[in-house]
Each structure stands twice: as C-alpha cells, then as structure tokens.
Design a protein around this ligand. Sequence first.
Ligand SMILES: Nc1ncnc2c1ncn2[C@@H]1O[C@H](COP(=O)(O)OP(=O)(O)OP(=O)(O)O)[C@@H](O)[C@H]1O
Ligand SMILES: [Mg+2]
Length: 374
Amino acid sequence: MASVTYDKATRIYPGGEKPAVDALDIEIADGEFLVLVGPSGCGKSTSLRMLAGLEDVNGGAIRIGDRDVTHLPPKDRDIAMVFQNYALYPHMTVAQNMGFALKIAGVNKTDIRTKVEEAAKILDLTEYLDRKPKALSGGQRQRVAMGRAIVREPQVFLMDEPLSNLDAKLRVQTRTQIASLQRRLGVTTVYVTHDQVEALTMGDRVAVLKDGILQQVDSPRNMYDKPANLFVAGFIGSPAMNLVEVPITDGGVKFGNSVVPVERAALAEAQKQGDTRVVVGCRPEHFDVVNGNGGGLEKADADKEAGLAVTVNVVEELGADGYVYGTAEVGGETKDLVIRVGGREIPEKGSKLHVVPRPGETHVFAVSSGARLT
Ligand SMILES: Nc1ncnc2c1ncn2[C@@H]1O[C@H](COP(=O)(O)OP(=O)(O)OP(=O)(O)O)[C@@H](O)[C@H]1O
Ligand SMILES: [Mg+2]
C-alpha cells in the first residue's frame, strides 16, 4: 500500500488550447478513499488515467509512495483499475476473468486458484465462479470486475464510475459494499464519479474539479458545511443550496427582512475587490418557518409577518419531509427558493410561507471571485 501524490500534474491533449487537467495538487494518504467529483468534462477520467499511466503527463509529477511514476508504463505502477463497462472477457468464466492478470504475470495455477477463491468469498461470488459473464446480473458483473482488481493486491485501486451501469437501488447497495470492502482491504483508492451523493457517502475526502481545476479537497462534512466557493456550494448538496445576490449593508447583508451577520473583515475584503454586492447561500434545511403553514392568514397579514415571504409554487412530498419550491422578493428581485419542511408541515400550493435563514447556517461569497467570505 502507498500514498498517492499529484504534484501540479497537468494534461494538455494534442491540439487542445487549455489543459484538460491543470496543475492538479492532491496528496492522498496511504489507505485513503479519495473521490474525484465534478460535472461532465471537468477532467475526472483524465486525472485517473494520468495516475494509471494511460495518459501522458505534460507538466508536474505523479508519485505512488515515494516512487516517481510520472513516465512509468502502466504495468510498472502497481495499480488496478475498475472501469464503468467492466470490460470482462465474454468467453472466459468468472474465475478465469478474475485470474487473468495473474496468469499473464506468470503466477502458478494453484496460487491463482487460491487468490481467486479468496476474492470470490469476499465478494460473494463463490457460486458463480464457473459461469460466463453473460449469465450474471449487472451487479454480479460489477463484483467480478472488482474481484479482478482485488486478486492483484495492488498498491492503489482506481475506479472510474464503476456503478453507472447499475439501477438506482443496486447502486446504493453496491456503493456501501465497495466503501466497506475498501476499508477492510485498506488499499488506497481513487474513485471517480459525477454523482455528488456518491462522493459524499463513499469518500474519506472528496476533491471537486471544474474545467480541469481543483476547487476544493476536503472531508464530506467540511465540503458540505464550508464550501470554498460558489461552484462547490452549488454543486454539493441536493436540492442545491439557495444562492441569492444581495447588496452589502451596514454590519452585514440583507436577506429579506433578516440581516445576515458577516464579519467586517469579509465585507471589507469584498469591497476591496470592488464588490457592492455579495452572494448569500442557505441550504434548504436551514430555513426556519415562522408562520406555520400560512393557511389561515389573510394575504395582507401574511405580508406583514417577519422573515421572507415565499409563495409556494410546487411541493415535493417525500414522506419524512418535503421540499417547497417557491418564489420570494429578495434584494428587489424575484428569486426561486427551495425550502425543506417537515413531513407533517407541508404547506398548500399557492400559500405563503414566512421563513428566516437559521443564524450561523448561512454562507457568504464574493460576487466577483466566487470565493467564500464567511
Ligand atoms: N483523447 C482526448 N483528446 C482530446 N480531448 C480529450 C480527450 N479525452 C478527453 N478530452 C477532453 O478533456 C476534457 C476532460 O475530459 P474527461 O474525460 O477527463 O472528463 P470527465 O470529467 O471524465 O467527464 P465525464 O463525466 O463526462 O466522464 C474534456 O473537455 C474532454 O473533451
Ligand atoms: Mg469520465
């Protein structure tokens, strides 16, 4: 096992103007599960393929442990990769698929059989060892692909969207299995997904990429609680954080009738950047409803209530709770907002809800740079 270091690693594809991966800097600890996440085209697969040796590195370096592998061929890197499409050999049995890399490496038959059986036990595949891939379910095929990586006992696992061919329910089951398997084996793992829920639930740490540039690398908790910039704030969390641009006022910023306190230094920083406005963020679950469901109030009375008046357009009921999709006047403009309410406090469509952002649960970002100010 080993640590993995991306040291300002850059990939520029031939004919490309800007790098697909731009000076990527991440240190992944021995045994850590790191998830690379970001929208399509942000450079996740390229980053992984650079580590695998399947893509040239045009600047910077990549290290596994203290070995500089930047220009080493894939076979000398001691890594095993699991792809989205599994790439199983259709004419081979499960056991042959799992043992193939060992056979190529010249390992003797008995040792291969032992390793394959061990891996099959861990992955619950023992009874399928003699079947061909076409006689397996998607989830079982996925586990064979994992098995093929495990038997090689590599220093690093690389996984590129290994769950994307599975249906929603199996995805959720399998992601738990992979995460617990990884913890049990303790093999350093770099895992790519575009699904932020998968990233938050599986990773020890999560790295968010956008346009080839690393935005933030942090624990799932910190990523959610303290997004480093507007992009991460909007990308991590579902439904997304409400983000509203408002003017800076004395001692804070005004969000409807509530003044969100912001450190003076942060406001000064925004103003230094030439901004007169900032973006305030509040997650759907961080609003307090101050008027119950608003049903019994006359419109004029409702408007006078404290907090921000939100007109309810759509309600999504999920049983335990619900999401209200509404509109409100904030900073002189009509804004769309999403607010989480309890499952027993679902408001009527068309009614008004008065909400206040919970103190200490708001985020403030600079308009010009997008950087976090609070
Ligand atoms: N072989 C290639 N030649 C030229 N450009 C490429 C090549 N492969 C990828 N790119 C470009 O590099 C950028 C990053 O691609 P990459 O495949 O790493 O994205 P990704 O984050 O894995 O996206 P997805 O979620 O869609 O898989 C994209 O703009 C893509 O068009
Ligand atoms: Mg990809």
